[in-house]
Design a protein around this ligand. Structure first.
Ligand code: TYM
Length: 327
């Protein structure tokens, strides 16, 4: 039997090449080998304020991105998180076995709540990793393919699975995280010390999946590089390392091969080719992205929800029995 994978993306902000390289590209490569479930996590998105109409649009947009990137609905199931109510129900139950210090230490919460301070942050934002654990455990997920920033959250899911099993008897599969090396942490083009982010203030931080070719060229040209003129792949040159990683992922070459190719040439050649490579991918991706209608995508998402709801209902029946609810 195939192992099951589960992952998701939030419908907020602009999806960028970091989301694609850190997560979605790997899902596409894994979908033949695994039984795959991919979710658009709208319940997670509302942990920060969203415009309701925009949220609806973004939710469908993310599903189109999955399809355009190569997720095949014949092989993988895609659905909207809020369509399967069991996610919220399990999150509540998992809340009752989660300890405050486990959430206090979450880097993402610390980062995201920085703007308004802890006092201004919503409980939902704080509790976000528990909902993510519910997403994963509801389906007895065995492997969770994500970028590095989500590793801490998957570790919480592992701990909660083990704790629940210990207290109530074997119920949940303990999931493993899957992180692929080169794409795991794509950094900002304007600042290689911070990860590329949907909520970055400057648009020169990221390359959006819907940027046009001219914009990509401009952003790559403006991307910071390290001092010197030779292409080098090392931790001492984090800006170049990041650009080489992006190139490596898009061209399926190793960083070493790329460095060798540009020996004796300036950064200019490298950057020109990098922009061309990204644009080659985006042209094909965007053509597919624009070819789906909202109705088409919604039909796929509804069918997906119907399919996974069966698994979720069965798991929740077991959970309800175990914790002592009257059946
Ligand atoms: P989200 O929406 O922030 O990001 C989606 C995916 O993109 C990855 N990612 C990156 N990878 C490499 N470099 C970057 N700069 C970069 N930025 C983002 C993320 O690691 C992620 O894999 N909580 C999750 C969504 C979620 C989920 C789940 C994931 C909800 N439930 C269950 C897996 C399983 C999130 O907010 O991802």
């Amino acid at each position: 039997m195939k192992k099951r994978i589960f992952s998701g993306v939030q419908p907020s902000g602009n999806l960028h090449i970091g989301n694609y390289l850190g997560a979605i590209k790997n899902w596409v490569e894994m979908q033949d080998q695994f039984e795959s479930i991919f979710c658009v996590v709208d319940l997670h998105a509302i942990t920060v304020p969203q415009d309701p109409q925009k949220l609806r649009e973004k939710t469908l947009e993310i599903a189109k991105i999955y399809l355009a990137a190569g997720i095949d609905p014949q092989k993988s199931t895609i659905f909207i998180q809020s369509h399967v109510v069991q996610h919220s129900e399990l999150a509540w139950i998992l809340n009752t076995i989660t300890k405050m210090p486990e959430l206090d230490k979450m880097t993402q919460f610390k980062d995201k709540s920085q703007k308004d301070g802890r006092e201004g942050a919503q409980v939902g934002l704080y509790d976000y990793p528990v909902l993510m654990a519910a997403d994963i455990l509801l389906y007895d997920t065995e492997v969770v393919p994500v970028g590095e920033d989500q590793k801490q959250h998957v570790e919480l899911a592992r701990n909660l699975a083990q704790r629940f099993n210990q207290r109530f008897g074997q119920t949940f599969t303990v999931p493993d995280v899957f992180i692929k090396q080169e794409g795991m942490r794509i950094m900002g083009l304007d600042n290689p010390a911070k990860k590329m982010s949907k909520s970055a203030i400057s648009e020169y931080n990221y390359i959006s999946l819907i940027d046009d070719a001219k914009t990509v060229e401009k952003k790559i040209k403006k991307a910071v590089t390290d001092s010197g003129s030779e292409l080098e792949y090392s931790d001492e040159k984090p800006a170049l390392k990041n650009l080489i990683n992006i190139y490596a992922c898009f061209s399926n070459q190793s960083p070493e091969e790329i460095v060798k190719k540009y020996q004796g040439k300036g950064y200019g050649d490298f950057k020109r080719d990098l922009a061309e490579t990204i644009n080659g991918f985006l042209a094909d991706f965007q053509e597919k992205f624009n070819s789906y209608s909202d109705e088409q995508v919604l039909a796929i998402l509804r069918a997906g929800a119907e399919k996974v709801e069966k698994i979720a209902k069965e798991k929740m029946k077991e959970v309800r029995e175990k914790v002592g609810f009257v059946m």
